[in-house]
Design a protein around this ligand. Sequence first.
Ligand code: UDP
Ligand code: MG
Length: 318
Amino acid sequence: MFLSVVVPCYNEQSNIRPFFDKTVSVLSDIIGDTELIFVNDGSKDNTVGELKKLTAEKVCKIKVVNFSRNFGKEAALLAGLENADGEYTAIIDADLQQNPKYILEMLDIIRKNPEYDGVAAYQRERNEGKVLSFFKNCFYKLINKMTEVEFYRSASDFRVLSRKMVDAVLAMPEKCRFSKGIFSWIGFNVYYMPYDVEFRLSGSSKWSFWKLTAYAVNGIVAFSDKPLILSSFVGLLLFVIAIIIMMFVIVKTLLFGDPVAGFPTLASLILFLSGIQLLCIGIIGQYLAKIYSESKSRPVYIIKEKLENNGTSEDAAK
Ligand code: UDP
Ligand code: MG
């Protein structure tokens, strides 16, 4: 198998058919040596019905991995990569925001430049609000300062990976997966290619602002222990400041006999310190929660059923 195309799908019933038609026509030259791997991430609409129809039509080789519930895009990506047999594996969304023609361009880059192990597409211009863009910029600045691996601004999961890269991703045993980090952490020589993102064909994005924030915190906790070190540093700093203030107050009282306004000073100090303490406990809690969920060692996803056809040949559904 030359190419595997991994497509995570969550409530994409009206996008599946147009996505499939476009992908098959764009990849027509290599479609005989390509498999499409759709991972239905517990969709509540008829996504799975659409996928079953495509599989039965046998236009090309299709694998469908049907989850027992919604486990999230990260889990869907993992399941897709685990089922990919291709020499190269492409990851693409089902909503046609990412034109499949770029898969060919990415493959072309890899084939013409054997020094590259993978190509990651990044959005030339982002179709998003200024506020969101500001927060995303802050996130990338922060995570790049806090980790030893580099996170490329705007690079998404839209990429083509060589077999070696896929195997490296699959060798990462963590259950709480943060693909952006995993793709950077494994290293290799990756070419960053700009692409023009399109509008979602239908439906709406599954990412709300708060979901993105939780995702960002998850990424930092998964790839950096700096927040923990920072919280001890803040504790030390506050201790030093407290000593200086105490000495100042003692000297002032001894020399000038000024009475210190007790209640406001105490109230603001207590508020300030308990705020910092809660923040630090919260940071430790984030790591503890990660250790807790990793130690349970639950599977990342549960498969309800798996369908497969044998390309254009006779029915081989299992
Ligand atoms: N997706 C998924 N599981 C989820 C959320 C999203 O498999 O829990 C899929 C979704 O069907 C789409 C891709 O991930 O193919 C990207 O999702 P979306 O378009 O909502 O994200 P955005 O493009 O806004 O970043
Ligand atoms: Mg999208």
